[in-house]
Design a protein around this ligand. Structure first.
Ligand code: ZN
Length: 335
């Protein structure tokens, strides 16, 4: 290649070479000041169809296009997942210290945020004491809250022990109806569900809540759709499978399904879907019982939490215990 190029150049000599050089410099200058055409499509929200916008929008651009196209454009997010944690225990404190050492942008929970009975008298001691820096608005007594909300819990059965889960609904300011809701952060679309039988909109796959999820997933354009809630559809732990939560998540477009209730860590691959049970956030630890089909990793030796990092191309997660040992690592997608 180099030889071919030098031999080609060696053939171009004298005034011709000078003209070619000037021409090349002019071409480069034009390239540097060229216009960039932005993708000119309009989305029709009624039917999702894309149509071409005319005329194409152009704007002056100083940098050569070739440099711009190599600039990475992926957004990333780092978040933590804690479950069955709200007991005010030393184990909860240790897991909170671990989670905060990761400097996550946000924390999601797989439920049971406030033991034993979801009461207003215990909620700040069980949640705000350890995680107030992530909550907005934070009205409790343990210090400063966040500037925007970075704490997105889901409801567990213990949170429902007080009628209407009212202390939880009063304590948090969450999207939608606050019991089940969705939000997007970077490349991840999050869906918090309420798996409890007390949920007014139902908790099985034909409920109003499930219909909401299905339609939200159908409209999701995020790289990753992460669903989280309390009662595990599949679990080898003491509570076992909760059949009413065996929704067709994969078919509806989910990439990852997180739950708790069993105080264990378990990764399960079932019907093409990755499920994780994450309930070692600080309350107690449960034994394993009947090992379910698709169970790939099981752990209950100590408390811990999940660290998740996602870009447009890859979602990676780890379960790490409070002694900072990585128990499980798994990735979806690829670099
Ligand atoms: Zn529970």
């Amino acid at each position: 290649m180099t030889q071919k190029l030098s031999s080609a150049l060696s053939r171009v000599r004298g005034p011709l070479a000078g003209r070619l050089l000037v021409g090349l410099l002019i071409a480069l200058a034009i390239g540097a000041y060229s216009v960039v055409t932005t993708p000119a499509f309009i989305l029709d929200p009624s039917n999702g169809a894309l149509s071409r916008q005319s005329p194409a929008v152009t704007q002056p651009n100083f940098l050569p296009i070739i440099f711009r196209s190599f600039k990475p454009t992926q957004e990333t997010v780092r978040f933590a997942v804690i479950g069955d944690y709200g007991s005010g225990s030393q184990a909860e404190a240790d897991v909170a210290t671990l989670v905060k050492s990761w400097e996550p942008e946000l924390i999601i929970t797989t439920g049971d945020n406030n033991y034993p009975d979801g009461e207003s008298s215990t909620i700040d001691e069980n949640i705000g004491q350890f995680y107030h820096e992530f909550i907005f608005p934070y009205l409790g007594g343990y210090g400063e809250g966040a500037d925007v909300n970075r704490f997105f819990p889901s409801l567990g059965n213990h949170d429902w022990h007080t009628a209407g889960a009212q202390p939880y609904l009063d304590y948090f300011t969450l999207p939608g109806n606050e019991r089940y809701y969705e939000f997007t952060w970077g490349p991840v679309h999050f869906f918090a569900l309420d798996s409890d039988p007390d949920e007014p909109d139902g908790n099985d796959s034909s409920s109003a809540q499930a219909q909401w999820l299905q339609s939200q997933l159908a409209g999701s354009t995020a790289a990753w759709d992460v669903i989280y809630f309390h009662h595990s559809p599949y679990s080898s732990g003491a509570h076992g499978n909760k059949i009413w939560m065996q929704w067709p998540f994969k078919e509806w477009g989910a990439e990852l399904v997180l739950s708790g209730h069993d105080h264990t860590y378990e990764r399960i691959f079932r019907d093409g879907q990755v499920y994780v049970v994450n309930g070692l956030g600080g309350s107690s630890r449960y034994p394993f019982k009947t090992i379910v089909e698709g169970s790939q990793v099981r752990y209950n030796d100590d408390y811990g939490a999940m660290l998740v990092e996602a870009s447009e191309l890859q979602l990676s997660f780890q379960f790490i215990n409070r002694a900072n040992e990585v128990i499980d690592s798994y990735s979806l997608g690829g670099p």
